[in-house]
Write a protein that binds this ligand. Structure first.
Ligand SMILES: C[S@@+](CC[C@H](N)C(=O)[O-])C[C@H]1O[C@@H](n2cnc3c(N)ncnc32)[C@H](O)[C@@H]1O
Length: 227
């Protein structure tokens, strides 16, 4: 299993049960079963092909009976009374929001979310904090030359996030300062480039320059707090 999925597996605490939405090859639930996770395990996907692949992975590991396989869109048919952890990984942040939006039952302190957006992480963080979730922990992981973000969220008291934190993440415990610095540098470069483009554009998007400047200032401040 790759480092990204290993890092997600490390977030999982033993508990009542877990659903891996969009499981594809089923590597995560199989790994959890191998790591002696004792709760109910459900692997779901919207497409039959990936779900068959997940079944195959489980069969090869002699774990097919240990995992429930579910063909459905997002959390639509999730056996919610059997789980306490929802994993949605390897999808765009906007798709993750759409899946969560359709499952109002997960707005409940009984559930923890482990999310790994491939894109639009800022859209996902915005959705989470505006729907009563607290970002309890964030982690960056480098895998195959790319940095991935993993967000662990729980329905709880409101948590304000700055614009810069929407993009970079809300780090209370930084495990790897060097990786965090590299991550912030990449975001700073991205916003500097966007700002340059706006300044040289004949028709800049209204209000965007102020947003870029605000995010940039916040990112630079976050970087300054690293030791
Ligand atoms: C790129 S793979 C990610 C696989 C795995 N979660 C990972 O992180 O490596 C995305 C998977 O999500 C599935 N998927 C896409 N939209 C979905 C939805 N609305 N509900 C459930 N699964 C979905 C796709 O069929 C595909 O198998």
């Amino acid at each position: 299993m790759n480092k990204r999925l290993e890092a997600i597996a490390e977030f999982v605490r033993d508990g009542r049960g877990l659903i891996d939405v969009g499981t594809d090859h089923g590597y995560l639930p199989v790994r959890l079963a191998q790591r002696a996770y004792t709760g109910f395990l459900c692997a779901s996907d919207i497409n039959p092909g990936p779900l068959d692949a997940a079944r195959r992975t489980a069969r090869e590991a002699l774990l097919e009976d240990r995992i429930r396989f579910l063909l459905c869109d997002g959390l639509d048919d999730c056996p919610k009374e059997r789980i306490d952890t929802i994993v949605i990984a390897g999808m765009g942040g906007d798709l993750i929001c759409r899946i969560l939006d359709r499952a109002e039952w997960c707005l409940d302190g009984a559930y923890s979310l482990i999310l790994q957006p491939m894109t639009k992480a800022e859209v996902l963080r915005y959705w989470l904090v505006n729907n009563g979730f607290r970002l309890e922990e964030e982690r960056l992981v480098r895998d195959g030359g790319r940095i991935y973000q993993i967000v662990f969220a729980r329905f709880s008291a409101n948590m304000p996030l700055s614009d810069a934190e929407l993009f970079a993440g809300a780090f209370e415990n930084i495990r790897d300062e060097a990786l965090c610095r590299e991550w912030l540098d990449a975001l700073i470069r991205r916003f500097e480039k966007e700002l340059q483009g706006l300044l040289s554009s004949a028709h800049p998007e209204e209000g965007r320059e102020a947003i870029c400047r605000g995010v940039l200032a916040g990112l630079i401040e976050m970087k300054g707090k690293l030791t």
